[in-house]
Write a protein that binds this ligand. Structure first.
Ligand SMILES: [Zn+2]
Length: 66
């Protein structure tokens, strides 16, 4: 069951974990309110621990591109 999604901030491109059921989520990087129905979902996870692992992997991937 999907409980968490990893979303991309539309303004700064920063990745963060959001809980399913939330409508908005504050970007931890730039403070923009991300609308979860509009945001790009990069991955989903069934629990917070899994979500944080996926988030870390996605950030590592993003860092490699630079
Ligand atoms: Zn942002």
């Amino acid at each position: 069951m999907t409980a968490f999604v990893i979303v991309e901030c539309q303004k700064c491109g920063g990745l963060s974990v959001a809980e399913i059921g939330q409508k908005t989520k504050m970007c931890p990087y730039c403070g923009t309110r991300i609308r979860l129905d509009k945001a790009k979902r990069l991955a989903s996870a069934s629990n917070a621990r899994e979500a944080s692992i996926i988030l870390r992997k996605l950030k590592e991937k993003a860092a490699e591109k630079r």
